[in-house]
Each structure stands twice: as C-alpha cells, then as structure tokens.
Design a protein around this ligand. Structure first.
Ligand code: ZN
Length: 277
C-alpha cells in the first residue's frame, strides 16, 4: 500500500465514520422526539403562554457620528454615551416607557413560565429512556439530546433590551476610521427616563422659571411690546425704566412664556408687585 493509498483509505474511513455517526444521531433524535412526554408537556404549556408574551425585536443600534477627532475623543466615554442616549430617549420617551413596561411584563410572566417548565423537566426528564429503542445511546447522551430538543421548544420572549451605540469619526479623506461600540441594556434606558423625569420636574420649579428669563428673552419681550409700558404707555425717552414683568407672578405659578410676559415701567411694576390683576 502506497502512502497515497493510505491517505485515501484514511479519509474514506473518517468520512464513513462521520456519516454513520450522523445517521445514528438523526435516528436517535427522531426516536427521542417521538412520543416524548416532556416535549409534549412543554408544548401544552406553550399554548397557554404564547399569547401572554409580547414578541418584538428589542435590538437597537444607534450611530453617533463625530465631525472631528477631538469630538470623538471627548465623547468616547460612558458619560457622553449616556447623555447621547438620553437625547434619543427624550425624543420619544413614551415609546421607550412602553418598551420598558413590556419587557417587565414579559419578565414577570417568563418567571412563572419557567417555573412550570422546570417542574415538568424534573418530573419527566429521562423517563423516555429505554435502552433497546436507541442505537448506541447512553443515558447521559440521551439526556443531553432531550435537553437540546426541549431548548428548541421552550419559548424565548424578549426579557431584555440590547442597545448598541457606535461612536465614530471618519477623517475627511476617509483614510482613518475610528469607532467604538458601546453595548447596554434596559437599565440605561430606565436611568435615562428617570433623569428625564427629574429634569421635567426641575423645569416646573420657580428657580428654573426665574433662570430662563435671560437678557435675550427680556430684549425679545421689550421689542415685541415696542419698548413701551403696557399699562401707562410711557417709553424710555419719558424717563422711565422699562422692566419685563410676569403677568401671573412666578410665586403664583406663572411661567416664563411669551404669553405671560409683558413690558412695564418700574413705577407700574412696583405698583403691581406680586398681586394678580
Ligand atoms: Zn407704566
């Protein structure tokens, strides 16, 4: 026998073994699946649970493009990524809140579902094993195949969110590419929603309402009112000091919005004080 013959025979032998192994495996798998109590029970449980779960895609990808290498370097950290995600969540906070609710519901139901499944598994696992029915199959191998068959029928509703944020910068000529992937789950969304809620609460405070009456805002209101006191009609040339007044005072829950702002001279303003007219 030449060396070549040896190689050919060896290869054929290996191929033959693999084919036999695959055939035996398929036959065994088929026999295990057939009339298997455990799979039958799981499928019955599935009937009750299938409609309770929300099946939806919970993978999200976002791309955070930087227009300079410096910006990329400055923002390539957890804190910036979190702020970036906050903006995304802010754009559609209701939708994200709904998603979190769905995920939590799925989680709760899934826990009960899996308790049922594991009870069944404990009760029926391996019961279908009868040595004579299978070809070269140890109980250990049987259990392994049975378990993998169970895994295939066990429902897998989404109970978590996967968010991939890619921060990247591409140099003008496209010669250099920099990117980093950040992978996070629903926890970061919950945190972003919480931060958003706090921000909204803060925006309702008196402190914030005073803060946003900026010099720019004051000027806009003065200009809108033609630099004229809205009560007595005097202008700066008449020797009065013009001020911007909250019609409903901030102390009474008034907001810093155009409809609630007007130009008054100092005399009219102090005459009014915080009283509602
Ligand atoms: Zn006046």
């Amino acid at each position: 026998m030449t060396f070549i013959d040896f190689i050919i025979l060896g290869t054929l032998y290996i191929l033959f073994t693999i084919i036999i192994y695959l055939i035996v495996n398929t036959i065994n798998k088929h026999s295990i699946k057939k009339n298997n109590k455990i799979i039958e029970h799981i499928e019955n449980i599935n009937k009750n649970y299938k409609s309770l779960f929300y099946f939806l895609d919970t993978n999200y990808t976002f791309e955070f493009e930087c227009n300079s290498l410096q910006k990329y370097k400055n923002n390539n950290n957890d804190n910036s990524i979190f702020n970036y995600l906050c903006n995304i969540v802010n754009e559609n906070s209701n939708q994200w809140q709904n998603l979190i609710t769905i995920i939590n519901q799925n989680k709760n139901i899934y826990q009960k579902y899996m308790t049922n499944i594991s009870t069944i598994q404990k009760q029926y696992s391996g019961l279908g094993y009868q040595k004579n029915k299978y070809i070269f199959l140890s109980k250990k191998k049987y259990l392994k195949i049975e378990d993998s068959l169970c895994q295939k029928v066990i429902l897998k509703p989404p109970i978590t969110i996967k968010i991939t944020i890619t921060i990247f910068y591409i140099s003008p000529a496209g010669r250099n590419r920099y990117f980093t992937n950040y992978i996070c789950n629903e926890k970061i969304v919950i945190e972003a929603l919480k931060k958003l809620e706090e921000k909204k609460k803060y925006e309702q405070t008196k402190e914030y309402q005073r803060l946003i009456l900026t010099p720019k805002k004051r000027y806009e209101i003065l200009k809108r009112d033609n630099f004229k006191c809205q009560i007595c009609g005097r202008i700066q040339a008449d020797g009065v000091k013009l001020e911007v007044d909250h019609i409903i005072p901030i102390s009474k829950g008034g907001k810093t919005v155009d409809e609630n702002l007007r130009t008054l001279c100092h005399d009219c303003n102090i005459g009014k004080s915080d009283k509602l007219e």
